[in-house]
Design a protein around this ligand. Structure first.
Ligand SMILES: *[C@@H]1O[C@H](CO)[C@@H](O)[C@H](O)[C@H]1NC(C)=O
Ligand SMILES: *[C@@H]1O[C@H](CO)[C@@H](O)[C@H](O)[C@H]1NC(C)=O
Ligand SMILES: *[C@@H]1O[C@H](CO)[C@@H](O)[C@H](O)[C@H]1NC(C)=O
Ligand SMILES: *[C@@H]1O[C@H](CO)[C@@H](O)[C@H](O)[C@H]1NC(C)=O
Length: 261
């Protein structure tokens, strides 16, 4: 009983201390929380040798592959804006990365590593992200529906992974998307006709998957498209006449399907 009371008192005291912390300290702790999130993830990787500079002795802004923006005239706080770790020999999962601590991130490039497991749905907390490059890893999950809420995304690549399930129609909410790379995965289901709403799209590659059904005529609305690759799927039916509206197209690959007409 006495120990229970002791615990409660201790808890109340820590809460009080937290409330009394000076604001400056809390601001500093904020870059701290970004660093902590990254270190916590590093600890789950099987091969973090290339991240030797990621340690408590320096600011995360000094770590390999991490870029911060520094506040103008020393006001405000610096935040992590870019994590770029392509070809770093990273192996392990991504689940342990607390994306909610990295809401200022604009660019994330983890391409050409051996990261695997699921792409966590919490990744949609990166609401300011402009570019997400996970090319050539071993991710094996559905494409998180929540990616559709990352409204600033201009570049998205999940190509050369083991992604399963269907292409979520929510991707059509990425209205400023310019480049979409989903090729070389294990995606099934139909090509969502909603993709026809991606009016800024210039590059679309969903080749080498297991997509079925017919080519939606709505793709003819993607008038800025210059590269369209549907190569090696299980698409059937005729090539929609609306594709003639793709006046900027310089590359079209639809071979190795079951198209007719
Ligand atoms: C970053 O590294 C440089 C040189 O390695 C050092 O002078 C500087 O103090 C470091 N900055 C932080 C914030 O750790
Ligand atoms: C990610 O890094 C690779 C390797 O350096 C590079 O080729 C690629 O363009 C980068 N992705 C983005 C979106 O900048
Ligand atoms: C797109 O976003 C809106 C709200 O922003 C939401 O209501 C809608 O369900 C989303 N569309 C899809 C296909 O997910
Ligand atoms: C897109 O294309 C479809 C079929 O080709 C058409 O019915 C629809 O009106 C178009 N939508 C927009 C927003 O242009």
């Amino acid at each position: 009983m006495a120990s229970q009371l002791h615990k409660t008192l201790l808890c109340a005291t820590s809460l009080l201390l937290l409330l009394l912390l000076p604001r400056a300290l809390l601001v500093k702790a904020s870059l701290g929380s970004q660093g902590r999130a990254l270190l916590h993830w590093k600890a789950t990787l099987r091969s973090p040798q290339s991240l030797r500079s990621w340690n408590l002795n320096s600011s995360p802004c000094n770590w390999t592959g991490v870029t911060c923006n520094y506040p103008v005239a020393g006001r405000g706080r610096s935040v992590v804006t870019e994590i770029s770790l392509p070809r770093m020999g990273l192996a392990g999962p991504l689940d342990a990365l607390d994306f909610s601590a990295l809401g200022s991130l604009l660019r994330l490039n983890l391409s050409y590593n051996q990261l695997g497991g699921a792409i966590p749905p919490t990744i949609s907390a990166l609401s300011r992200l402009v570019s997400l490059d996970f090319t050539s890893n071993q991710f094996r999950s559905k494409i998180p529906v929540g990616i559709g809420s990352m409204k600033e995304l201009r570049f998205l690549s999940l190509s050369q992974n083991q992604m399963v399930g269907a292409i979520p129609p929510s991707l059509s909410n990425l209205t400023v998307l310019v480049s979409l790379h989903l090729e070389d995965n294990k995606l099934v289901g139909v090509i969502p006709k909603e993709l026809g709403r991606l009016h800024e799209l210039m590059y679309l590659d969903i080749g080498v998957n297991r997509l079925s059904g017919s080519i939606p005529s709505n793709l003819g609305n993607l008038t800025k498209l210059y590269h369209l690759d549907l190569y090696q799927n299980q698409l059937i039916g005729v090539i929609p006449r609306e594709l003639k509206n793709l006046v900027n197209l310089v590359y079209l690959s639809i071979a190795d399907n079951n198209l007719t007409g």
